[in-house]
Write a protein that binds this ligand. Sequence first.
Ligand SMILES: *[C@@H]1O[C@H](CO)[C@@H](O)[C@H](O)[C@H]1NC(C)=O
Ligand SMILES: *[C@@H]1O[C@H](CO)[C@@H](O)[C@H](O)[C@H]1NC(C)=O
Ligand SMILES: *[C@@H]1O[C@H](CO)[C@@H](O)[C@H](O)[C@H]1NC(C)=O
Ligand SMILES: *[C@@H]1O[C@H](CO)[C@@H](O)[C@H](O)[C@H]1NC(C)=O
Ligand SMILES: *[C@@H]1O[C@H](CO)[C@@H](O)[C@H](O)[C@H]1NC(C)=O
Ligand SMILES: *[C@@H]1O[C@H](CO)[C@@H](O)[C@H](O)[C@H]1NC(C)=O
Ligand SMILES: *[C@@H]1O[C@H](CO)[C@@H](O)[C@H](O)[C@H]1NC(C)=O
Length: 501
Amino acid sequence: MLLPILLFLFFLKEFSTTQQCQSRRYDNDGTVCVCNSTYCDTIPRPQKVKPPQLLLYTSNKSGLRFHQTSTTFTSSKTKKQIVIDGSRQFQTILGWGGAFTDSTGININSLPKGAQTNLLKSYFSEDGIEYNLCRVPMGGSDFSVRAYTYDDGPPDPSLLNFELKEEDFLYKIPYIQKASNLTDDLWLFATPWAAPKWMKTNNDFVKLGFIRKPMFQSWANYFVKFLDEYRKRGIKFWGVTTGNEPTNGWLLFGDLEVVAWPAWLIGEWIENNLGPTIRSSNHSDIKIMVLDDQRAYLPWYVVKALTNNVSRGYVDGIAVHWYIDEYLPPVVLSTTHKIFPDKFLLSTEASITDDGAAVKLGSWKRGEKYSVDIIQNLQNWVSGWVDWNMVLDLQGGPTYIDNYLDSPIIVNVKAGEFYKQPTFYHLGHFSKFIPRGSVRIYSKLCLKNVKHVAFRRPDNGTVIIILNRNKKIVPLTLNDSSRGTAHVELSEESITTIVYW
Ligand SMILES: *[C@@H]1O[C@H](CO)[C@@H](O)[C@H](O)[C@H]1NC(C)=O
Ligand SMILES: *[C@@H]1O[C@H](CO)[C@@H](O)[C@H](O)[C@H]1NC(C)=O
Ligand SMILES: *[C@@H]1O[C@H](CO)[C@@H](O)[C@H](O)[C@H]1NC(C)=O
Ligand SMILES: *[C@@H]1O[C@H](CO)[C@@H](O)[C@H](O)[C@H]1NC(C)=O
Ligand SMILES: *[C@@H]1O[C@H](CO)[C@@H](O)[C@H](O)[C@H]1NC(C)=O
Ligand SMILES: *[C@@H]1O[C@H](CO)[C@@H](O)[C@H](O)[C@H]1NC(C)=O
Ligand SMILES: *[C@@H]1O[C@H](CO)[C@@H](O)[C@H](O)[C@H]1NC(C)=O
């Protein structure tokens, strides 16, 4: 009697819990999925299928989300082929995620409790898109309601007055803890925007100010203090970057908090201060990433920063942002990989504002932009892709310097709802199906407006993601010499993830 009951419960769990997207259309080119305290769409993990079966998950502009179908490897002979070769392998995946900004926490906090849970599950749980690598601003950023650091009093080189702020306790730590509880292994990395004014040559959070030489060691100690304070609250970090967008110091407009670093000077600081301080601390195995800025500075900034073998030895990875990717070919990433084959490349920030609009509810085009960028990065040795704010409000904030942007999840506080944008699902077509430790494998297809990338998962499954930007159905033959060929059809304006074992 027990066995049938257990089996029944198992099937109940497997088949009855998938909730469909509650689609809503605004005035843009696509749809959002609406969630509230009692309802939110889910997507279960793919269940292993046996050869010759393969699973297909499709989302399309007209509103389909992670729609599962299956087919088999039987001979197919359409003219267009996507060729997969699992014996040719490239980089290993570190993870996928977004940032626990103050604004993200403020927006989650503004929802009713049930909706908060549904939101965190959407990003982190087994029934969501399974984020596992997230960024945490070390102090404030432009997505805060004020400018601050952890030591804003009078000059304090020994950091005796260093302390976490209200924002950490209300908007970051609680949600990081809840997210950690929902995932197997959430990796976090921290990034500072501003340094305390008294450490800087211009005595200001913004514009062209460097860390004063006598403060080099204090600024390195500041990183370790932050890691210590979070560890006391049970939060362990996987990595740090040397600072957000060090070249913003040279921007003549805007009020972005920044520590400006010329390449040669940051190399010196890593060699003499940050590197030895981190490695001799209780966080000695933490990953150190340099750059954390636009692709335009590759490879020269990193080459200059790491000319010295000592600074090079301290650095594990190179962090890149997406903001001018549309204008610069991604091949600079591969060039950088060739120069530094032992350093991983990680995409650490992306977000959209275009056509004069921050939030555009339902924009499929913005989802496509995310996918195009992710695929280009992955095809050029990048090991993961981390979005910017995970949650913003209807205006694209809060941001105390009015730097409004879009986000994959938008909250509508009045309605007690949140909206999962096409960018959420586009990112999910990667993050859900490509677990940490997956390795990119060779894939080839030459077809206008179709992009693709393929992986071998740690469980030996093969994953292929194909973006079809054509306004028509595209029939294809999938050709994996270890399996044979299969016929697949890409829905118009769609993204498809194919999985088989
Ligand atoms: C939540 O969403 C579900 C599904 O759309 C709907 O049936 C329900 O009425 C909503 N609840 C509230 C409180 O709006
Ligand atoms: C995380 O899970 C543990 C164990 O189930 C629980 O005691 C704790 O309250 C949870 N923490 C949060 C922040 O949800
Ligand atoms: C590491 O942590 C332990 C226990 O909290 C502490 O006693 C020790 O001083 C720390 N070591 C360093 C190098 O900070
Ligand atoms: C760095 O190390 C390599 C190999 O050990 C050596 O050939 C090179 O001269 C060193 N460069 C510097 C700047 O020390
Ligand atoms: C994956 O395949 C390799 C070789 O084909 C095998 O050694 C390994 O055990 C497999 N791993 C899993 C998780 O099945
Ligand atoms: C599959 O691709 C391989 C490599 O390009 C090619 O040699 C082979 O002929 C293709 N198979 C079919 C059935 O077209
Ligand atoms: C999206 O997919 C659904 C289901 O396959 C299909 O009915 C619909 O026509 C598709 N939309 C477009 C624009 O292709």
